[in-house]
Design a protein around this ligand. Structure first.
Ligand code: VGL
Ligand code: ZN
Length: 215
């Protein structure tokens, strides 16, 4: 339970992060209970005036794949262009079934689908900035151009892409909430989800439940 609420105003967008087969049970980078976020997201998306969904969208041989770094294993880290990169199993490869949205996600309320992580040598956890923290995805301009100044973040994973999206949203001045019952985390190392939650709160993101959204 949270004690917070968050109002869906005419300038509040929903950001649905990476609800893709590879992050759900049975996928290549499965998040425990990842599919449990879907009914929650489906039940709230229609209440928002704007919905943006992201897809992690990596080329084969992507810098974030352990398989691209001979001798390295999953969860090892490498430094590439001065950026610390955690290594993952091959996941969300462009055009594969694992990169598709989970079939239960209702696509009808989605206004924009943003593909991220498509550069061979640069990962993108956040929906706003690639992992160099400089290269924009275009989402800031898209939302700002339409007059949106508030975002509600949900999806996968709580301690990776949801986390970095919420942190960047705060960093560029968006009023921000994260829907805790509409996210699940990787939680490697154990405790990462709690730590991400605390850090998002400290940066001024509201951590709420879907039931706390008011219109
Ligand atoms: C993600 C690990 C690697 C995510 C993406 O969507 O949270 N996690 N790539
Ligand atoms: Zn990825």
């Amino acid at each position: 339970m949270s004690m917070n609420g968050f109002t869906i105003t005419p300038t509040t967008a929903l950001l649905v992060i990476d609800v893709q087969n590879d992050f759900c049970p049975g996928g290549n980078l499965a998040v425990e209970e990842g599919d449990r976020v879907i009914p929650v997201i489906n039940s709230i998306a229609g209440r928002f005036p704007l919905v943006v969904a992201t897809r992690d969208w990596h080329p084969q041989g992507h810098v974030s794949f352990a398989s691209s770094h001979p001798g390295k294993e999953i969860q090892d880290t490498v430094r590439v262009d001065d950026i610390e990169q955690i290594l993952w199993p091959d996941h969300c490869v462009q055009g594969t079934a694992g990169a598709e949205f989970h079939p239960d996600l209702d696509l009808r309320p989605i206004n924009l689908v943003l593909h991220k992580g498509a550069k061979q040598g640069l990962d993108s956890y956040s929906a706003f900035f690639e992992n160099d923290k400089k290269t924009e995805t275009g989402l800031r301009s898209y939302l700002g151009g339409l007059g949106f100044d508030r975002v509600v973040v949900c999806g996968l994973a709580a301690d990776v892409c949801v986390y970095f999206t919420a942190v960047d949203a705060r960093g560029i001045g968006f009023e921000t909430a994260v829907i805790w019952d509409a996210t699940r985390g990787v939680d490697i190392p154990a405790g990462s989800v709690d730590e991400a939650r605390r850090d998002m709160e400290q940066r001024g993101a509201a951590i709420i439940d879907s039931g706390d959204l008011t219109s």
